[in-house]
Design a protein around this ligand. Sequence first.
Ligand SMILES: CC(C)CCC[C@@H](C)[C@H]1CC[C@H]2[C@@H]3CC=C4C[C@@H](O)CC[C@]4(C)[C@H]3CC[C@]12C
Length: 931
Amino acid sequence: MQRYPHHFFPMDPQVCPLPPGSSSQSMISLDKSPASTFKPSHSRNSSTGSSKHSKQSRNWEVMDDLQHVEMISAQGSSLDLTIPGICEGYLMKRRKYPLKGWHKRYFLLERGIIKYSKTQQDIQKGKLHGSLDVSMAVMSINKKSKRIDLDAGDNLYHLKAKSHDIFYIWLTKLCAHRVFRKNEAMSVHHGVLQALSIGQTTLPAMATYAYRNRATPPQYASSASVYQPEMGSPAPAIASHPGVTSKVSAWLQQTHDIDATTNDLARCQAELTELAQLIQRLHWLEGGLPVTNSDLEMRISMQNLQLEKPKKKSGKGFGHSRTLSRVEALGMFTSSHLSTNPSSGGGASVQSIPDYVYSQLSNPQVTSPEAKKLHQDICTVSQRVHSSLKSIHDVLSLERERLRQAWTGPEMRQNTSQQLTTLCSTLSELDIQSRLTKVHSLSLSSESTEESFCTVRPDQRTPSTGRHPQRAPSVADSMAEYFDASEVIVCESSSEAEASDESGLSDITCTSTSEPEEGHATATLNYRTSVKEAPERPSPLPSDTGRRTTLPAPSSDNSHIGIMNILYNNIGKDLSRVSMPVLLNEPLSLLQRLSEELEYSELLDTANHIDDPYERMVYVAAFSISGYAWASWRYGYKPFNPVLGETYESHREDRGFRYISEQVSHHPPVSACHAESEHFTFWQDQRWKNKFWGKSVEIISSGQVNVTLPKYGDHYEWNKAVTCIHNVLSQQRWLEHYGEVVIKNTQSDVCTCKITFVKSRYWSSDNSKNEVQGVVLDRNGEVVHRFGGLWHEGIYCDTLPTPKCIWKPNVQPDDHFQFYGFSHYARELNELTPELKAVLPPTDTRFRPDQRLLEEGKVAEADKKKDEVEEKQRERRKEMAKRGEEHTPRFFRKVLDEAGREVWLSNGSYWKLRKSPGFSNTENVDLWPGA
Ligand SMILES: CC(C)CCC[C@@H](C)[C@H]1CC[C@H]2[C@@H]3CC=C4C[C@@H](O)CC[C@]4(C)[C@H]3CC[C@]12C
């Protein structure tokens, strides 16, 4: 998905020639050259700047090589901008589609950009599958399994080398390219800063840009990274802005004055030769020693040399000072006239030449008319030399002034400062990333910690360091902490999951192709059109549910709350003890969130009445997809993390079902739920873990979803797709579901269903985002039905006797932006009517005081209350531990299913107890702190 426009400013190679020998690109072709030529060594590894974190993270290490770079540059050492050698060869890349398994891909790492294709030929032909800027990615490695993961927010590469040698070569090269890229960005950053602050040094700064922009191939600019447009060409401030571009080209057009200086210089040269001859004659006349022509010429050309390149040091003979050589060129003065002091010799000022010549020529000994004539000639020629040089000087000054104005002009200033802001935030993001990964790996070491809640108050934030003045910290910043708070942050899968990763996994996924089939996108487009054209299905449900249609208070802006500050404050601390300010929450708990999966329960009602098992499956599949529709709206706030023993019921007479759920485990967090109706039973226990890759978070649910349809005795079972929060730390956050969902009927093998949530490719347009496609297969694996569409727009099945749109999500209320992105359905979930109040168990989420306060818009009070809720949970746990007791869930029991998995099933007591004796007459746990 491409969300940033790419501006690429191709610099004219004539204007910015490639300095000879500037790129010493060596080639390592991993498949051809034996890896034994490269001696991987750990010490070498660390010399590239990688520093290792503790071993606890199950062999995974997060590379913080870039932090090292920043340290160096902060110390003011000069940045090494040598372009590291190209690295290319085959690596295994984890499939994006389906999620599991690996495939072989050809990778090319050049100037800090890694790109890949199916084969080497494809790369050469430019048929890229993807590319990313390695310096913009968080890099984690696993030496044991030879794996390298690169997370660039929008893009996530899981790579694996075939051998340890290859692994180390890539590791070393990646580190070198990351450092190079970062250095490059740094030096641009410094250059821009300098240019802006001094104003005078614009010329060199410009030159640097020009130089560095010289050979950036266009495909770099079309790379995948978020910051690619800015960082892709090394001269972002200039190159990427059209206004700047036109200024620069206008400047280039005006440089004919500069060409004129070439003529001036040639004239000077001729005049100096003439001057030399005159002086020689004068010298003869005065009866001095003859000076040979070649001698003079040498001296004069030395002088020219020095005028052209005033800084060139010769270090020997007469060349060591410009004054000295000039005097020597005149060849008739005693050592008392010689000055080696550059300041007394007029320094380098062009204006000083005629005065100087005059003063030297006003020698009283010169009397003969011939000599006088010669003197005059010398003066005239000197004058001419002077005026030529002066005009050269003027031209150069003018150019300099023009450039200065261009740089400091309001338009350019503004653009530049915008670009500078981007640069700064990019750099600080890099900094943050490295800190974050450090924090992240620290948090891994705290998996065994007991407590998960304690609140970091916003007022605990560090006073602004002044380093990141521009950054408005985002809501998403706290994401990692949310997960930290629930202690499920997992950098990498547990060993079992790892094993399955390696094996390429499940029977079905093994046979499928790794990338979407050809024509896949077209199919989705067709489905999309069909869905759009399909008439709105009148909902079988009454539109007026008699429930509330809005929330008591709109959502508060939380964009000022930043995880960065909190993380800065907590480096080295146990992050699992950090919880979030309530402003980041939506007034719903995860238990309520899970009940939202029943918003389209009518699909199950329909399914229960369909005789054809294949068509029935289509409806069950549509139901499973409908549970993901919320994701387009709900990325700004996170649900409350239920406390242990918290419950939630949702009795929907209008929809004919009743739902209960309970937080049955805290470590790991498990929410169990169960819903029943005349037409179906639905249950699931969600144990989800997340992988935080530095820029994005993958939420991986391991529990199965279950649905039974009583009419045909079906029991459907399916897994969940992965939900990924991309760019979790930036404002460009977006949610995506991907992976394969397989629906099986445990009571019959007549058919299975395979649904694929397609991972968006970075270059795909918004049109193809959120794609989903599915097939219903018969016993023999033959396709009986096909369906597809977009999980946020609807599902269409074109293989039914009458092709039709199976499901469309409900229309979002117009004001959803003001209310946490909540749908009509979501708004009803936390409503507490007096009737309900009388019958609900006190553990129900609706009684959770901090959530209620937040819903009412009383943020400060909610925040305080949240502390108390968390504190109370801690107390309760401590007391239980003291008594040696273990928490037993009230409405669910743990059993082993046929496959030997632990599952939580309803024990059937909830509705019975509710009816009689009623929860007010039972003993209930006291979860909430008093008023
Ligand atoms: C920075 C913050 C505020 C961004 C918002 C984070 C949101 C999008 C995250 C936080 C917790 C996440 C949920 C955690 C657990 C589950 C259960 C799983 O079976 C389906 C996905 C689901 C329901 C996740 C959806 C996305 C989620 C709601």
